[in-house]
Design a protein around this ligand. Structure first.
Ligand SMILES: Nc1ncnc2c1ncn2[C@@H]1O[C@H](COP(=O)(O)OP(=O)(O)OP(=O)(O)O)[C@@H](O)[C@H]1O
Ligand SMILES: [Mg+2]
Length: 588
């Protein structure tokens, strides 16, 4: 192994000299406590290392030892249900799982194993050779995968039984005659995307149960979204709500908290959340990666790659995975701090010039794929951004925008008015939406794309008219514009507003979302008819049926869908009472 000697230490960064060869991104251990680090730069015989642990106590003259491999994480059946740090070390039992080198203790974990291959059979990377049962209630057993890049013929395979997750269970002989011993878990370098057989085009949406997302700014499975929002605008609640309700099989929650109390909130809450689908704990299909405030910045920098590597690992098992990173701004601050220590030339906002590339490397790993094992899996990425003073033109937001397809911008004004989710419908967008209409057709709503466009147009018009009204006064607006304002306020209040804490409304199935959209569309056409018939907008606004429409989200639950029909009849009768018979329908 290569060895070097420390010359200089500056916080999380150190410089060392070595006559031996090291490689960039090689994992190293440092000093007598064998702290974990990574080579970030090589110049002649000088190497620069970022250290993922507190460097207090290290001295010039201490040793740096190479591991010969890049920074890698152990992936295996122990992950689900666990809380880890940015280096995938368990925060519950302080055990290390990141690197085979060094004196890291590893808690032995045993799982029942069932072989899925036989001797003499070919096996290649990404295919499974067995199943491990981690939790008797799990939706599916854990697949024990051959690591990508390894292939050969099965020379021996363990019998069914209980084994340690690091114990060799399957022996492969490759074409060159080399032997590979495979265990339930394997290491993978976190900065290298795990390969897939094929990237698939956009398929179905990832349903979140949040109307403003699913109907106006939907995200596809394998999609990527940024959630920028100033202080207290609801980023964390939104990410947790999506984690809780979305139809992903596995949730990876990466908390990059700057303030310790923020992170401990997640750590306190997450393990207790109930999984609405199973009634059990959501944690059972979740992996939490947390950077507590006492963790050095370099580990925070690594954490989002660790997170996405874990996500890809479950994707490779043929599962749909959603990763939430809260917040990528704190991650970028870690990048900035390490870069400063390295003496690099700062770019915009003090961030290093490679901020953009690093963001790209993260978001590019979102995908719907055909896995090496032949299944279909996906990684959907949702990254919160916390721009200082809600300024969306700052570098992290700007560069993130280049790599995501969807943008859920949180609005301070909405949040202050306690309008949640406080997503600004005018600044937000979804590039996935265009490809998702066929899915909604198959759910029975052939008008989804038109309805969506109608809602967005109304909200757009509302903002223009409101601007005009501020100059001219409300009374000066012609009836048609006053009706637009009424319709837009219905879209906002009856449809987009959805409290994460309202028992009947915190989740909406696609079917209920369709019913609500269609009912609002019915209101639009009735009210336009009434306007043509000369009915005053104020008379329409005063209809009791309209107030019921406003509250339909909180009042009509999933088991009460026929009440939407009743409400539609009530609305029709109310309008017919206002306008003479036969005048409400579209003139032909
Ligand atoms: N969807 C929602 N439904 C109801 N209330 C909400 C919702 N979203 C946010 N809130 C309210 O707003 C508060 C702040 O939300 P949250 O902590 O998610 O903001 P944040 O953007 O993550 O803040 P920070 O910048 O501090 O991280 C919550 O405590 C809650 O009261
Ligand atoms: Mg937050």
């Amino acid at each position: 192994m290569s060895r070097g000697v420390i010359r200089w230490i500056g916080g999380p960064v150190l410089k060392a000299r070595s006559p031996d060869p090291f490689r960039v991104h090689e994992a190293v251990t440092v000093g007598p406590r064998r702290l974990l680090g990574e080579v970030v730069r090589l110049e002649g015989d000088e190497l620069t290392v970022q250290v993922f642990e507190e460097t207090t106590g290290l001295r010039p003259g201490d040793a740096v030892e190479g591991s010969g491999t890049p920074l890698a994480a152990r992936l295996g059946p122990h992950l689900l249900g666990g809380v880890f740090d940015g280096l995938l070390r368990s925060l519950e039992d302080n055990q290390a799982d990141f690197l085979q080198t060094g004196g890291w203790p590893r808690r032995p974990r045993r799982y029942p194993f069932i072989p899925l291959v036989q001797e003499g059979q070919p096996l290649s990377g990404g295919q499974s050779f067995g199943e491990a049962t981690t939790d008797p209630h799990a939706v599916r057993p854990h697949l024990c995968l051959a690591p990508p890049g390894v292939s050969g013929e099965v020379e021996s395979i363990a019998e069914a039984g209980e084994y340690d997750d690091a114990e060799p269970l399957c022996r492969l002989r490759d074409r060159q005659g080399r032997i590979h011993d495979l265990a339930m878990s394997h290491f993978w370098p976190v900065r290298t995307p795990r390969p897939a057989a094929e990237r698939l085009p956009i398929g179905p949406p990832m349903i979140t149960g949040q109307r403003i997302l699913d109907c106006l700014f939907p995200i596809a499975r394998g999609g990527k979204t940024a959630v920028p929002g100033g202080f207290g605008t609801g980023k964390t609640v939104l990410l947790e709500t999506v984690a809780k309700w979305c139809n992903a099989d596995v949730i990876i929650y990466v908390g990059c908290g700057e303030r310790g109390n923020e992170m401990s909130g997640v750590l306190d809450e997450f393990p207790h959340l109930e999984d609405p689908r199973t009634g059990r704990r959501l944690m059972e299909r979740t992996v939490v990666i947390a950077n507590t405030s006492n963790m050095p910045v370099a580990a925070r920098e690594a954490s989002i790659y660790t997170g996405v590597t874990v996500a890809e690992y479950f994707r490779d098992q043929g599962l749909h995975v959603a990763l939430m990173a809260d917040s990528t701004s704190r991650w970028a601050e870690a990048l900035r701090e390490v870069s400063g220590r390295l003496g690099e030339l700062p770019g915009e906002g003090g961030y290093p010039a490679y901020l953009s590339t690093r963001l790209a490397e993260f978001y590019e790993r979102a995908a719907l794929v055909r896995t090496l094992g032949g299944g279909e899996g996906s990684v959907t990425l949702i990254g919160a951004v916390s721009p200082p003073s809600s300024d969306f033109s700052e570098p992290v937001t700007i560069h993130t925008k280049r790599y995501v397809r969807n943008f859920w911008a949180l609005d301070k004004k909405r949040a202050q008015a306690r309008f949640f989710p406080a997503i600004d419908p005018l600044l937000s967008y979804s590039e996935d939406a265009a490809d998702l209409a066929p899915w909604w057709h198959r759910q029975g709503n052939t008008r989804w794309a038109e309805q969506r466009k109608r809602f967005l147009t109304l909200l757009e018009e509302q903002s223009k008219i409101e601007r005009m009204a501020r100059i001219l006064g409300q009374d000066a607006l012609p009836p048609k514009q006053r009706l637009t304002l009424l319709a837009a306020s219905l879209v906002n209040e009856a449809f987009l507003r959805q409290s994460a804490f309202a028992p009947k409304d915190r989740y909406a199935t696609p079917e209920r979302q369709n019913r609500m959209m269609t009912l609002l569309e019915r209101f639009f056409s009735l009210s336009e008819g009434a306007l043509r018939a000369g009915v005053e907008v104020e008379a329409m606004a005063a209809l009791p049926a309209l107030r019921r429409l406003m509250r339909m989200g909180e009042e009509i639950g999933e088991e009460e869908l026929p009440l939407f029909d009743a409400l539609e009849r009530e609305l029709e009768e109310a309008f017919h009472a206002l306008a003479p018979m036969g005048t409400l329908e579209e003139p032909t």
